[in-house]
Design a protein around this ligand. Sequence first.
Ligand code: GLU
Length: 269
Amino acid sequence: MNDARKKLKDAKRIVIKVGTSTLAYPQTKKLNLYRIDHLIREISDLHNSGKEIIFVTSGAIAAGINKMGLSEKPDTVTENQALAAIGQGVLMHIYEKFFAEYGKTMAQLLLTGNDTIDEHARENSRNSLLAILKMGVIPVINENDAVATDEIKIGDNDNLSAMVATMIDAEVLIILTDIDGVYSANPKIDSNAKLIDEIDEINEEIEKLAGGPGTKLGTGGMYTKIQAAKIAKSAGITMLIVPGKDIECLRKSLSGEKIGTIFPAQKKI
Ligand code: GLU
């Protein structure tokens, strides 16, 4: 086991980000309730074990699409904003139900890019997040898509999760996604593509590997995950990309098992 993985089991404050591709079935685009239930149970159990968990979730637009009986994401920004507003409540209702079943209390926070950058707004968001954690409650965060216009929008929850992690001095950021980690080439077209266990330096070569776009329902692809890794690493946070299809990999990776790709934190100066 390498050093960065060994340290994971001692992490206390952990941000877990889950993308739409993990939360919804690719064919029907409806929510994967079985997986969501499992995910919330795992988060609740990690919380029981003494960890502070901050949950960053996408899926509002997908839930809105479902609710309105649409088959895909509309083209216009305003329609997507409306669907995010419709779906956010649906999503929270489901999380609330599962968290309550496992004896947990959650708190919803909807942030914009501005809240993670502007000094005053950042301080306010940080303070309320820390107060929520102190109460033993699990913050559930999404971007406030319904009000975010281009200038204040982050646009993808990978970067949002990294900004949140830096805001509250988390030790680890785990991104659950629809691939197993970062590959040496595109595994869909190159059978020699190998999963990269650890990325110490995000250089041009790594950035080139991250060219691909996201899925039809979500926004982020590998590109935004690498951007998130840059933010996290330089803030002294270790980031992991792990496969969302196996929810167990949350606890496995936190116990140091070799799963997905790890981006060890740069040492804090
Ligand atoms: N905030 C958007 C949602 O909840 C998704 C952003 C992303 O896919 O990263 O649907």
